[in-house]
Design a protein around this ligand. Structure first.
Ligand code: APR
Length: 312
């Protein structure tokens, strides 16, 4: 039987996820959005690329969740961008409401699905979906680390003038200014990065990675990145649907790993047919550990706001 993926939010990230899933012929796709006509129109447009691109998958658009029934994966990209005058907390609470209702509806129709969260602030939205869905922790996963790592790999490859494919790296932590690129474990075809670049250059690339999302927002002005975010999401979708067991940095519920409890934070995981099949607990240096703790504290602050103001 064909696999089925629901993508909630037919905006820039959601529509590009649908397009990439279709292009790779991974599954039938249902695009859901609150705006009438947008998911239907974009679904039809993507479907009509099929004869040219050579894919045979069904793409459907909807404003309700009935057509999403029995999805294998539900990707949640729905949300609001930050508007002028909106505080971070306002945005947090607005997107909390969106993710809460989307999760409620999606899991009602697909109780066995795996949830992939993309909406920001990512780690707090994973926590929301986990609370609302009551799914086991292996079935609630956040997309952030794959994107942050891709940005870091791009900058390293550009700096050295080498193939991006040769750069192997891992960015841990929450999706935000406090993310933790593991420089010590970054290599180019096995050669440690520290043997190829001086510390000042490495620091510059790490900082550019941390600011990677903001750099694009500065150019776009009215929106945030979506090509690389959708590519990162679909790498996770593929690893799950094909049971590839890729080891990728994803936001996962930690229950004591890395000394963190009850929070979603980016860590290396094995992604297969059962979602998160293993969390890898690396031996970190004291400095890396301190950075990860700082990042987890930033995630906790957001979860605390949700608990206090939304009574979750
Ligand atoms: N249910 C379904 N869709 C919704 C809902 C809802 N309750 N609320 C809003 N949406 C839809 C909007 O109508 C819009 O089409 O979510 C879509 C969001 O699309 P964009 O504004 O284009 O945002 P996008 O760039 O796709 O980013 C989505 O992903 O990377 C993150 O930070 C980003 O949180 C943001 C999310």
């Amino acid at each position: 039987m064909r696999k089925k993926v629901t993508v909630v939010g037919a905006g820039n990230v959601g529509a590009n996820c649908a397009l990439r899933i279709a292009d790779q012929e991974l599954a039938d796709v249902v695009l859901v959005d609150v705006v009438e006509g947008i998911p239907q129109g974009k679904a039809l447009d993507i479907l009509q690329s099929g004869p040219i691109q050579g894919y045979d998958v069904q793409i459907t658009g909807a404003n309700n969740y009935e057509p999403t029934a029995h999805s294998d994966i539900v990707v949640i990209t729905a949300g609001f961008p930050r508007k002028p005058g909106m505080s971070r907390d306002d945005l947090l609470l607005a997107n909390y409401e969106v993710v809460r209702t989307a999760t409620e509806q999606a899991v009602k129709y697909s109780p066995n699905a795996i949830l992939i969260l993309v909406t920001n602030p990512l780690d707090a939205m994973c926590w929301t979906a986990y609370q609302v869905s009551k799914f086991s922790k292996n079935r609630v996963i956040g997309m952030a680390g794959v994107l942050d790592t891709a940005r870091y790999r791009t900058f390293v490859a550009q700096e050295l003038g080498v193939s991006m494919e040769n750069v192997s790296a891992m960015v841990l932590g929450g999706h935000g200014d406090t993310m933790v690129p593991l420089v010590r474990l970054t290599s180019v075809s096995g050669i440690p990065l520290t043997e190829l670049l001086d510390q000042a250059s490495i620091d510059r690339l790490v900082q550019r990675t941390r600011d990677g999302g903001a750099e694009i927002v500065r150019y776009l002005k009215t929106g945030s990145a979506y090509y690389a975010p959708s590519a990162a999401t679909v790498e996770m979708v593929e690893s799950i649907l094909k049971d590839k067991k890729k080891v990728l940095p994803c936001s996962a519920l930690l229950e004591g790993e890395y000394g963190i409890n009850g929070l979603f934070v980016g860590v290396p995981v094995k992604l297969g047919a059962n979602g998160i099949e293993k969390i890898y607990e690396l031996k970190l240096t004291d400095d890396e550990k301190a950075q990860l703790e700082r990042s987890a504290a930033a995630v906790k602050e957001l979860v605390d706001v949700i608990q206090q103001k939304a009574g979750a």
